[in-house]
Design a protein around this ligand. Sequence first.
Ligand SMILES: Nc1ncnc2c1ncn2[C@@H]1O[C@H](COP(=O)(O)OP(=O)(O)OP(=O)(O)O)[C@@H](O)[C@H]1O
Length: 400
Amino acid sequence: MYISHVSLTDFRSYAQADVELGPGTNVLVGSNGVGKTNIIEAIGYLATLSSHRVTNDGPLLRFNTERALVRARVHRAKQVTTLEVEITAGKANRARINRANPVRARDVLGIVRTVLFAPEDLALIKGDPSNRRRFLDELLVTLRPGQAATRGDYERVLKQRNALLKSARTGGKLSTAHESTLDVWDTHLARAGARVVRGRLDVLKMLSPYMAGAYASLADANKVARAHYQSTIVADFDEDDTAADPPLTDGESAPVAPAVLLDASLEELEEMFLAALLEKRAKELERGITLVGPHRDDVLLTLGSAPAKGYASHGETWSLALALRLAAYKVLGEDDPRPGAGPILILDDVFAELDATRRTRLASIVAGADQVIVTAAVAGDVPQELGGTFLRVSPGVVHS
Ligand SMILES: Nc1ncnc2c1ncn2[C@@H]1O[C@H](COP(=O)(O)OP(=O)(O)OP(=O)(O)O)[C@@H](O)[C@H]1O
């Protein structure tokens, strides 16, 4: 797929900007701070309804404005869709498809598919587990938009269960009424949580071979890149390793998924989760929080026999983070293999970080994507093999 036109109103540094893009490679070039990333952030927002840089929408609204608009013309296979998302401070966002009546923003998930790689992605390897959970969850929602509701259910139940645990803790002894309410929340939590875990395991299974392949193509290393789901819902998890959330200080937070978890059905996962909740109930009451569940899970990434976090070099960390995104790109391409339906690949500031060999390798890996959007402060950093159209960005304006 590709986007042929993006229009921004009061988004980040842009009062109003129109950007014409084409299929194939588009390179946005301009000095530091002119607004290149702001453009690709807006395109990424249409796909995920979130920014790759900030966790809330506030900074996306241009200073002193209340509302931002991102509009795009999307070409997917033979279909052309005009998509518009309105981001409003402190209110639910709204969207419009083909200028029809507004719908919930959530309803447009899945129309645009992007895979965005940015320097912030180093946190996928070096950062706390929430980065890796978010990576899997976002990909899952792109593949199965219905998963957004499951995730929402899980968060809601988790919040209510935590509130109950906290009130039971401050109130002293757990009353019978509290206990039976907790049983009810456990059932709801396990039902939604099992779906979250199953979805993540499925996604990770799809990603793994592509991640290993992309890493091998990017790096000379003879180290194999692997990803293992670590779940707190497996029986022998020791919550002392996760005293705080984010639970990781270093090393591992929970056991690597055993085969029993990898192949478990939803019902089996639910049972596992319920058993783990029961086992941890006393500890949870003591601490006033839910200690087990997908909100505490992690993905252990390894290079050769060592965990990437804490051991990988800077270059290896870059290559592995990039390999994860390229794997996501492959998985999405496989999910909708129609010609012209592949995801849009966005590479923010990536070439400046790579040596000449890796630049060329990356260029050959991404060649053939329906659309690649690259940002660079220095045009010469973008390998010539990539070709494409250059667009010059200066503050507030994009010149074709
Ligand atoms: N909400 C906002 N309102 C107005 N301006 C903003 C807002 N958020 C960011 N900016 C401005 O946008 C600019 C940053 O834009 P962006 O991150 O797109 O730069 P860039 O061209 O990608 O730079 P670099 O090459 O350094 O990565 C900064 O000047 C910043 O002050």
